[in-house]
Design a protein around this ligand. Structure first.
Ligand SMILES: Cc1ncc(COP(=O)(O)O)c(C=O)c1O
Length: 380
C-alpha cells in the first residue's frame, strides 16, 4: 500500500528549471530582476494595486503590523483582535511589535466570528487580523465592514488564499494589508517566500525601505540601471533582511501560471470527499460566494487522536490545522477564552489534499475513515 501524505507539492520541473536557469546565466539570483517580474505578475493575477515580494509570509505579517503601527501612531500595548485557530506566525507578528493579541472566537467556517470580534473591542483596539483558514473567506466582508465603520485597520493573513475569490474578485483588496505565503506546501509553492500587498501606495513604497535592512536603493537597481555598480547608498533606520530573491521568484512565476488549474483540481478532490463522506462526518462548509483556493479539506470527528492513529495504521497521514493557540504555554493566560476554537482544536483533521491524489485515493481515505469511525463508535 502506497503511503498517502497530507501535502506533496507539485512543481513543473522543466519549466521551473528553465526559469531558474535564466537567473544563473544572467548571474543574478538576488533581489531585483525576477522579484520585480513576480511582483508585477502577482498584481496582474490578483488585481491588487501593490505587491512586495518577501522571504516568507511571516516576514510579511511582521512588516504589515509594523508599518500600520507606525502610520497610525499606535502605542505599545494597543490591541489587535485575532484568531486562536492559526499558525503561530499570525500572532507572533502582533507580539513582535509590542502590541497585545486579543483572541476572538471562530464561526462555523473556522474564521473570525464578527459577533465575537464585536464583544472583544475595547478603546485600545486598533486592528483586526483575519485568517482565511484553508482558503475560506468566512465572513471576511462583514469583518471588513465592521473595521471600516469603527476606524480599525484590517490585516488579512491570506497564507492559504492564493486564488481565493469572493464574488468573482480575488481577495486582498478589502484589507489594509494582505499577506500571502508561497512556502513549499502552499497553493503557489516555492521553497519559502511570501508577498505583502498594501492598499496604500505610501506604505508599499515605505515597506521596500524596511525589507532590505534599511538600505534606500536595491543592489539590482544600483547595478543594472546605471551601468556600473554604484556603491553609495544611505541607511536611515533599522530595517530587516526580509526581501525575496530571484530563485524563489522564478519558482513562483511558473507556479502562478498553474494556480487556477491546480485550485480547480483541489476543489474537485474536495467535492469527491464531500460525496464519499456525505452524512458520516462533520465538514467545514465553504461560504456561499467564496471560490476557495481549497488549501485544506477539514473535517471534525470525535476521538480525533485515535482516528489519526487509525489512519496512520493504513499509511494515511492527515494533519491538524490548528491547535487553539491559547493551549500553547505562551498564551496560557487566555486559555479557553474562545470555546468554539478550543472544541475545534481537539476534533479537527485535515485530510490529504494535493495534486497527486486521484479519485481512488479519496475513496481509499474515505472508506478507511468510515471504517475507523464505525469501529470507534462501537467501542465508545
Ligand atoms: C495561516 C498561516 N499564516 C502564516 C504562515 C507563515 O507562512 P510562511 O511559512 O510563509 O512564513 C503560515 C504558514 O504555514 C500559515 O499557514
Amino acid at each position: 500500500m502506497e503511503p498517502i501524505q497530507l501535502f506533496v507539492p507539485t512543481f513543473r520541473v522543466d519549466e521551473t528549471l528553465a526559469e531558474i536557469r535564466q537567473c544563473l546565466e544572467k548571474g543574478w539570483t538576488g533581489l531585483g530582476y525576477k522579484t520585480v517580474e513576480f511582483e508585477e505578475a502577482w498584481q496582474r493575477y490578483t488585481g491588487l494595486p501593490h505587491a512586495h515580494f518577501l522571504n516568507s509570509a511571516t516576514a510579511g505579517l511582521h512588516v504589515a503590523v509594523r508599518l500600520l503601527k507606525e502610520q497610525y501612531g499606535w502605542a505599545d500595548g494597543d490591541e489587535v483582535i485575532s484568531t486562536p485557530l492559526t499558525f503561530v506566525s499570525t500572532n507572533h507578528a502582533i507580539l513582535y511589535e509590542n502590541l497585545r493579541v486579543v483572541f476572538a472566537d471562530v464561526d462555523e467556517y473556522l474564521c473570525l466570528d464578527p459577533a465575537s470580534v464585536l464583544e472583544r473591542l475595547t478603546p485600545r483596539t486598533r486592528a483586526v487580523m483575519f485568517v482565511g483558514l484553508g482558503g475560506n473567506t468566512g465572513r471576511l466582508e462583514e469583518i471588513a465592514q465592521l473595521c471600516r465603520e469603527r476606524g480599525l485597520r484590517l490585516i488579512l493573513d491570506a497564507s492559504h488564499m492564493a486564488g481565493t475569490r469572493w464574488r468573482g474578485r480575488h481577495v486582498g483588496a478589502e484589507a489594509d494589508a494582505a499577506v500571502f505565503s508561497f512556502q513549499a506546501v502552499k497553493n503557489v509553492p516555492t521553497a519559502d517566500s511570501g508577498m505583502v500587498c498594501f492598499a496604500d501606495p505610501e506604505l508599499d513604497a515605505e515597506v521596500r525601505r524596511w525589507t532590505w535592512v534599511g538600505i534606500s536603493k536595491d543592489t539590482y537597481t544600483r547595478t543594472a540601471s546605471e551601468g556600473a555598480y554604484k556603491w553609495h547608498y544611505d541607511v536611515d533606520h533599522l530595517g530587516f533582511k526580509y526581501h525575496g530573491n530571484s530563485i524563489m521568484a522564478a519558482m513562483g512565476l511558473v507556479a502562478l501560471k498553474y494556480v487556477d488549474q491546480d485550485n480547480a483540481y483541489r476543489r474537485l478532490l474536495s467535492g469527491w470527499y464531500d460525496e464519499l463522506l456525505d452524512g458520516k462526518v462533520q465538514r467545514i462548509p465553504v461560504r456561499d460566494g467564496c471560490e476557495s483556493a481549497r488549501h485544506l479539506y477539514q473535517i471534525m470527528v470525535e476521538h480525533r487522536d485515535q482516528v489519526m492513529l487509525g489512519l496512520n495504521g493504513y499509511q494515511i497521514y492527515p494533519g491538524v490545522h490548528y491547535r487553539d493557540n491559547t493551549t500553547y504555554p505562551m498564551y496560557a493566560s487566555m486559555r479557553g477564552t474562545c470555546p468554539r476554537a478550543l472544541d475545534a482544536s481537539s476534533r479537527l483533521i485535515s485530510l490529504p489534499l494535493h495534486m497527486r491524489l486521484t479519485r481512488q485515493d479519496t475513496a481509499r481515505i474515505s472508506d478507511t475513515l468510515r471504517e475507523i469511525l464505525a469501529r470507534l463508535g462501537r467501542h465508545a
